[in-house]
Design a protein around this ligand. Structure first.
Ligand code: ADP
Length: 479
């Protein structure tokens, strides 16, 4: 079976969030599991150029049947673990800071940048004659692919037979653009009409309406998005595709996220040498300027600073967290309003709170290894990766019961036999703080806590499990 993953970000070349991890890990897991030839296409961003990985130009692509009016571009490639990663080189679109925009605003030419990615991916595969059974598209940035397949390709074009799977990693990001900004993206008026919603051209609508199947990154989120609360206005369209809608939890890449082998943490440890985690904790505390005993509960968080992630729930709770004797370490980048609040908190609570407004992979690993509890008070969470990483690091997740967080974390207080973390229902500071306090209470009982840690470390959220589910979904969709 041949699979082409088209993604607007792919680790380790470019990353803003979990999508990059999926695109970077799933292809290799598929090949190992079932000898699937899975390749990836993504843009050659400035971030990819400076990632330190060798990326070689294969050729310039131009004049491909079906895409004769598409501007020429470079096709490049890199191989990691025998997986082929293709890159679309088009400097005017991708050689700039910020994958999608800056913390203030989106790049104004995003409709051009990502429609180009979709068309170039199809043109490039035609050129190199890689004809996948499934084109696996991801989020709005690659959601136009089925429209181009349907209208740009002639009936005898080999890619016409490829089926399209559309993965929704986050329904809130839809790629909505005023019609006048989309006059040059290679779509007829009729095609643009078919993907218009609320008077705007909606890239995500194309994925929902024209793909052969849709999936989301957890079973719970697949159900949630059919409701008004989580559907972001798309619940009606999604309900029409209910029979083609699936949920597959993302995996954790344990070659990258494993305390036994992690090169980015001060000492390695496993379930038998858990006491070494204290070394990671004290190094992290000193790096972040925390002045607390190493026995104090240390709470951490890593993530985009957006409303989705409940950053305000965290900031509203800081005093109570500190009053409970805990220290707090936060790493994140995102909306300006949250960045400025957090900078102020960092200055006011120095010594007890360490905050880094940055995107820093090394520090993210240090935090997973160094903190005792990892908080994720998300308003919604399609899958969430950090709770799975946390479990592997003996770091106990404290999460809101939504999406993938609900699918992966069992509340310890209500189920002491199989609980692996702490979970709360309401997206408010009250419920969150009560749950953090429950966790802190258990932390006070060392035997209980280390049992909980070891239980989490033994769980398997690897890509192998997810890849198995993807293989059967691909087979089903390919028919
Ligand atoms: P989302 O995709 O919604 O951002 P996920 O939990 O699925 O959330 O994935 C987030 C990924 O991005 C994780 O691997 C996390 O460690 C990483 N990440 C997020 N913010 C940062 C940051 N500021 N620095 C380093 N890594 C980050």
């Amino acid at each position: 079976m041949k699979i082409l993953l088209v993604s607007s970000e792919v680790a380790p070349f470019s990353k803003t969030g979990g999508l990059a991890d999926v695109a970077g890990s799933l292809p290799t897991a598929l090949r190992k599991l079932a000898r699937v030839d899975a390749r990836v296409v993504s843009p050659l961003y400035r971030m990819a150029k400076t990632s330190g990985f060798k990326i070689e130009k294969i050729k310039e692509v131009k004049g491909v049947p079906g895409f004769k009016d598409l501007a020429p571009f470079d096709l490049l490639q890199s191989k990691i673990n025998s997986t082929t990663f293709y890159f679309i080189g088009k400097d005017e679109y991708y050689d700039r800071d910020g994958l999608y925009g800056t913390s203030q605003t989106d790049h104004p030419d995003n409709p051009q940048r990502f429609s180009f990615l979709c068309r170039a991916a199809l043109a490039a595969m035609t050129d190199v004659e890689f004809y996948p059974d499934i084109i696996h598209t991801n989020d709005w940035e690659t959601a136009l692919i089925p429209v181009y397949r349907n209208i740009a390709l002639s009936e005898n074009h080999p890619l016409k037979k490829s089926k399209v799977l559309f993965s929704v990693h986050n329904l809130a990001y839809q790629g909505l653009f005023p019609r006048e900004k989309t006059s040059d993206i290679g779509l007829t008026d009729q095609a643009l009409d078919s993907i218009t919603q609320w008077g705007k051209v909606s890239f995500i609508k194309s994925g929902i309406v024209f793909s052969d199947a849709i999936n989301t990154v957890s079973k719970k989120y697949a159900k949630e998005i059919l409701t008004q609360e989580f559907g972001c206005g798309l619940e009606g369209l999604l309900k029409n595709r209910k029979n083609d809608l699936y949920g597959i939890l993302n995996g954790a890449d344990y070659s990258d996220w494993n305390p036994e082998t992690d090169k980015l943490i001060p000492v390695n440890y496993d379930a038998r040498t858990l006491e070494k985690k204290a070394v990671c904790k004290s190094k992290l505390m000193s790096e972040m300027g925390l002045d607390l005993p190493v026995t104090a509960p240390l709470i951490g968080s890593v993530g985009r600073l957006t409303e989705q992630k409940g950053v305000d729930i965290i900031t509203d709770s800081i005093d109570e967290i500190l009053n409970a004797g805990a220290g707090l370490i936060l790493l994140g980048k995102g909306e300006e309003r949250y960045e400025s609040v957090l900078k102020r908190v960092a200055a006011e609570k120095a010594g007890k709170v360490g905050i880094s407004i940055d995107f820093n992979n090394r520090l993210a690993h240090m935090i997973e290894a160094g903190v005792d509890m990892f908080i994720m008070p998300s308003r919604y969470e399609p899958c969430g990766l950090n709770q799975m990483y946390s479990l592997k690091y003996g770091t106990i997740p404290v999460v809101r019961a939504t999406g993938g967080l609900d699918d992966t974390i069992i509340d310890y207080s209500s189920d002491p036999e199989s609980g692996n973390g702490f979970k709360f229902e309401k997206a408010d500071a009250g419920d969150f703080i009560d749950t953090v306090k429950r966790a802190i209470k258990s932390f006070g009982n060392k035997d209980e806590w280390s049992r909980l840690q070891r239980r989490g470390m033994e769980l398997d959220f690897s890509w192998k499990r997810s890849a198995r589910e993807y293989v059967s979904l691909y087979k089903k969709v390919a028919g």
